[in-house]
Design a protein around this ligand. Structure first.
Ligand code: ADP
Length: 262
């Protein structure tokens, strides 16, 4: 009997180590995948803005005297915008790497979510200049234990996407709703929305809806970072489409278990 048990145990151990090997292989291949995706993305997304910066700056240098003020201004603006785009991209990659490495430690403090939303709206003002903004933020919301910086970054990202994908002149709303179990921050737009089949993948790293206007600069990392930040704080984030009209809805849900006990 003992021999039989030993044999069974040996088989079980072998299976477990086999499973661990498969697991290890899976992790390695996920890392590999990320690395490949990162390299492809870097080669595409870094090159375009860099080419544009180099082009603007070198024509400014060689033709400075000949250019009228307006042209100089235009070339400088292009160089600045493209440099900022590169900077955002690098920031996204750093945030993503931090998340992947588990090196993100949220600084959780009693936070007024209405204040965070206000700050995010202010910060996103230049991006939202071509849209109408409507907000519905109730008073007397309870304080939640959150990292205000990460929460703000999620909201700016959602507002940035809304402005990026919804046409100028359309309305973007940011509402805060008190639910039975959570406080939800809801960002809605009047853009094309997200194809139903892509809703599940929208938070995957580097995923961009196919056919999306490629002039809309993006890395496909923003929403993956939003989800990573939300989950690191004990919240969640979901995407959907409006039923009343065309447009996307993103909901950042912060459970009331995060409520500061007074
Ligand atoms: P990025 O905007 O840099 O491509 P994100 O991770 O923020 O990356 O978004 C992933 C994809 O989800 C986008 O490429 C776009 O196809 C889609 N998407 C995100 N927000 C919206 C929105 N408000 N309306 C329509 N599509 C959106």
């Amino acid at each position: 009997l003992l021999d039989a048990l030993c044999d069974q145990a040996a088989v079980a151990i072998e299976r477990i180590s086999l499973m661990q090997d498969i697991d290890k292989a899976r992790v390695v291949s996920e890392t590999e995948q990320l690395r490949t995706a990162l390299l492809t993305s870097i080669s595409h997304d870094f090159r375009t803005p860099l080419a544009s910066i180099i082009g603007s700056v070198s024509s400014l240098r060689s033709l400075w005297q000949k250019f009228p003020d307006a042209t100089r201004e235009e070339l400088l603006r292009t160089a600045q915008e493209e440099a900022e785009r590169l900077n955002r991209f690098i920031g996204n990659i750093l945030d993503m790497t931090r998340l992947e490495a588990g090196a993100l430690a949220p600084v959780a403090q009693p936070t007024d979510i209405a204040e965070v939303a206000d700050t995010a709206l202010n910060q996103a003002k230049p991006i939202l200049a071509q849209h109408r903004i409507r907000t519905d933020i109730p008073e007397d919301l309870p304080l939640l234990t959150l990292d205000a910086t990460l929460t703000g970054q999620i909201l700016v990202n959602l507002l940035d996407n809304a402005a990026k994908y919804a046409p100028p002149g359309s309305e973007i709303t940011l509402d805060i709703k008190r639910q039975a179990q959570s406080i939800d921050v809801v960002v809605r737009d009047e853009g094309p929305g997200i194809p139903a089949g892509d809703l599940k993948r929208i938070f995957d790293r580097f995923f961009r809806v196919s056919g999306v206007d490629r002039r809309r600069a993006g890395t496909g990392l923003g929403l993956a970072i939003c989800r990573g930040f939300a989950e690191a704080m004990g919240g969640s984030i979901t995407a959907g489409n409006r039923t009343d009209r065309s447009g996307a809805i993103f909901t950042l849900s912060l459970p009331l278990s995060l409520q500061v006990q007074s």
